[in-house]
Write a protein that binds this ligand. Structure first.
Ligand SMILES: CC(C)(COP(=O)(O)OP(=O)(O)OC[C@H]1O[C@@H](n2cnc3c(N)ncnc32)[C@H](O)[C@@H]1OP(=O)(O)O)[C@@H](O)C(=O)NCCC(=O)NCCS
Length: 386
């Protein structure tokens, strides 16, 4: 395997954009990405699209060539990857394998989702199709209720409190308020976060990620060619994808995600770093409890300590290890198929020192963790300065 670099990155703002359809969003991100590098669309040799549910949200299928041709990336293999909310993290992983193996030099990855054209009840139903339809979903579960069960069990096992969940919401809203591209740019106090409307006990409105439209794109190249295309390449130090059961009831312990542990251990090994060397991270806070558990599964803290770790400010923008300096899925927004690549764009921006008021102090090694469903897919990517 040869070293790989991200040589271009571009995103749309996240939010509700009635005037932009799925293809327009993807093209906007893709063109922005091409502009940030010295790559012409015609040079791209392979194209990946991360998208969870375009066919259900907007009725369009055959999405990879639908987007690549519109971007001017013509005639090359164009492949859509679906892995629930980890769709574009997985697309990024597969693009990386093509470059690392030497199959292709220039590979583009776009993640996109258009969610807000559907009412919340229908969005919830579509999202639930990433659970097990033969069991938990047939019994009436939604992702909010599945993560509520996870939160309740974490509270029972480890004494995690609603205040710990709320601390994650307060922190991520504070970062989102500084991000011009975030879906929700408002600060929330601990009292407000605790008093949100109930969604699925113990989760309230502020524990949930947003329903958003948006797209993100990156281009990968071999590290030894990166300087042809950019003055600021960012190296992929380590990357891995892992899986677990789709249904929550098949898991031995719902307070941990084995796929996160497996993927991170492999990615750490490849990067030659351990959790203590990760300076900042973009984690998959689809619900606040998911960020707390991710800090434990990634080895940032011991099991059960993720709640106090957030509450004590260690993961804040000015903390010892900032987490979700973008605002996270909570405030930046969560157009599910775009999220994995958006996390990579956020790492690239921080590593290049281009994050403005959200710039973290130590930014040479960052980690992105992208989770699918209630943990059945996880992709962990570790990026660093070259
Ligand atoms: C929590 C949720 C149900 C709220 O949706 P809703 O009840 O339809 O909310 P509305 O769109 O009517 O918005 C009501 C208000 O809450 C705000 N709001 C909506 N979702 C919010 C969220 N997640 N966090 C904070 N505020 C939110 C809206 O901006 C609006 O504010 P306003 O009254 O000041 O304009 C929805 O955001 C949701 O389902 N989120 C989770 C998505 C998900 O499961 N993703 C996949 C994860 S695996």
């Amino acid at each position: 395997m040869r070293p790989v670099a991200v040589i271009g990155a571009g995103k749309t703002a996240f939010g509700a954009f009635p005037e932009l359809d799925l293809r327009a969003l993807a093209v906007q991100a893709g063109e922005k990405c091409l502009r940030t590098s010295r790559v012409e669309a015609g040079l791209i040799e392979s194209f990946y699209l991360g998208n969870f549910a375009g066919p259900s949200f907007v009725g369009q299928n055959h999405l990879a060539p639908y987007i690549s041709m519109a971007l001017g990336v013509k005639g090359v293999p164009a492949t859509r990857i679906e892995a629930a909310c980890a769709s574009s993290g997985s697309a990024f992983y597969h693009a990386w394998t093509e470059v690392a193996s030497g199959l292709y030099d220039l590979v583009m990855v776009v993640g996109v989702e258009k969610m807000t054209s559907q009412p919340t009840a229908r969005v919830t139903e579509i999202l639930a199709s990433a659970g097990d339809l033969s069991g938990e979903i047939r019994a009436g579960s939604t992702f909010a209720s599945l993560f509520a069960m996870i939160a309740r069990r974490h509270m029972y096992e480890f004494g995690t409190k609603k205040e710990h969940l709320a601390a994650v919401a307060v922190k991520n809203h504070a970062a989102g308020a500084l991000n011009p591209d975030a879906h929700m740019r408002k600060n929330v106090t601990l009292e407000q976060a605790l008093a949100g409307k109930p969604i699925a006990e113990p989760l309230n409105l502020y524990d949930c990620s947003l329903i958003s439209d948006g797209a993100a794109a990156v281009i990968l190249a071999p590290l030894d060619r990166a300087s042809e295309f950019t003055d600021k390449p960012v190296r992929v130090l380590g990357i891995a994808q892992a899986s677990d059961y789709v249904a929550l009831d098949q898991k031995e312990d719902i307070t941990t995600f084995p796929a996160v542990r497996r993927a991170s251990q492999k990615a750490y090994r490849m990067a030659g770093v351990g959790p203590d060397e990760i300076e900042f991270a973009e984690l998959h806070d689809c619900f606040t409890i998911a960020e707390i558990i991710a800090t434990e599964d990634l080895g940032f803290v011991k099991r059960g300590c993720g709640g106090p770790y957030a509450m004590e400010g260690h993961t804040s923008l000015d903390g010892q290890r900032p987490i979700n300096a973008s605002g996270g899925l909570k405030a930046k927004g969560h157009p599910v198929g775009a999220t994995g690549v958006a996390q990579i764009c956020d790492l690239v921006q921080q590593i290049r020192g281009e994050a403005g008021p959200r710039q973290v102090a130590r930014h040479s090694v960052g980690l992105a963790q992208n989770l699918g469903g209630s943990g059945a897919t996880c992709v962990v990517s570790i990026l660093g300065a070259t």
